[in-house]
Design a protein. Structure first.
Length: 318
């Protein structure tokens, strides 16, 4: 029999170690995190990229909500904006292209005490990840998905993206794109997202407001954040920037956020469109549904030991 050596004790491979209950950390005695505590690698985005603004406001959200390291979960796919987990000193994952939402779903379902933030771009969200976006929205998984939409593939150096407007010239459409672009707001509403909002990186106060509202929502919350790619599509969102002669029209005060049809109609506005919360309703989350299934089935086997439960499952397979 071999023995595994530990600093204070030894454990045989056939033995059982009773480590007891880990006492909870006393949050009241902990200092709130500051930016210097949560900022990791230096961002590698191009100077002037809109993603800098979103990252800074994510840090501010963490500070404002007095979150601790073990409660911060940042997930992303592949793309410029998907580098977020590298820059946040906390738990997170830079996952496979287009598959950030399935990974984040697993985290959300297994750790209901966390609020998972997922970051991505228009390509990661609506092209290779479009399928997962639809199903995560309809299942109403409790997490926040912030998509930094810049209407172009930036990381791979200027290709037409799912949200590029008709006529946009890129390396893949030198003659100008002829394909109708995706409307992220319409798609989110139609897919079943229970919180849908829109903002732009040039209005930091508004971005923070939308992030807070999304974090407080019990369900799948989606934020489309216009984020200019200064390298491959400069000026794309000048129409939504008052400092450059554009406008920043808010969602009308009399808009009913529970009216799905009204939210859908609001999404049809041309650039600059409206900014704010388009749609917000309460519906049972995937998390709550799964927890109910687990609880119900546990009651059926409450008197059985683990091996007996496994045996019953094996017996059914015969």
């Amino acid at each position: 029999m071999t023995t595994l050596a530990f600093p204070s004790e030894s454990l045989t491979r056939t033995g059982t170690l009773n480590i007891g209950t880990v006492p909870p950390l006393a949050d009241a005695d902990r200092k709130p995190l500051m930016k210097k505590d949560i900022a990791a690698d230096h961002p590698t985005w191009c100077p002037g990229c809109g993603d800098f603004s979103v990252l800074a406001l994510y840090f501010k959200l963490i500070e404002k909500r007095k979150m601790h390291h073990e409660k911060i979960t940042t997930v992303a796919g592949i793309g410029c904006s998907s580098r977020f987990p590298y820059f946040v000193q906390a738990h997170g994952a830079h996952f496979i292209h287009g598959r950030a939402l399935p990974f984040a779903t697993g985290v959300s379902l297994s750790r209901p005490d966390l609020h998972v933030f997922v970051f991505g771009g228009d390509g990661d969200a609506f092209s290779i990840g479009g399928n997962h976006f639809t199903h995560t929205a309809r299942k109403n998984v409790k997490l926040t998905y912030c998509v930094m939409d810049n209407n172009v593939y930036g990381l791979t150096k200027n290709q037409t993206s799912p949200t590029s407007p008709i006529g946009f010239k890129s390396k893949t459409d030198g003659w100008g794109s002829g394909d109708r672009p995706i409307n992220p707001m319409k798609q989110a509403i139609a897919a079943g997202a229970t919180f849908v909002a829109r903002t732009t990186h040039t209005n930091p106060n508004h971005v923070l407001q939308m992030m807070e509202a999304a974090m407080d929502h019990d369900g799948f919350s989606f934020i489309e954040c216009l984020s200019e790619c200064v390298e491959f599509y400069p000026g794309a969102f000048d129409g939504a920037n008052p400092r450059k002669g554009g406008q920043f029209p808010l969602v009308p005060e009399d808009h009913d956020v529970t009216d799905e049809y009204a939210a859908y109609k609001l999404s049809e506005d041309l650039m600059p469109g409206k900014f704010g919360i388009f749609y917000k309703v309460n519906r049972a989350t995937k998390n709550a549904n799964e927890a109910k299934i687990i609880s119900t089935n546990r009651e059926k086997f409450a008197a059985l030991k683990d091996w007996q439960i496994l045996q019953k499952n094996f017996d059914r397979m015969k």
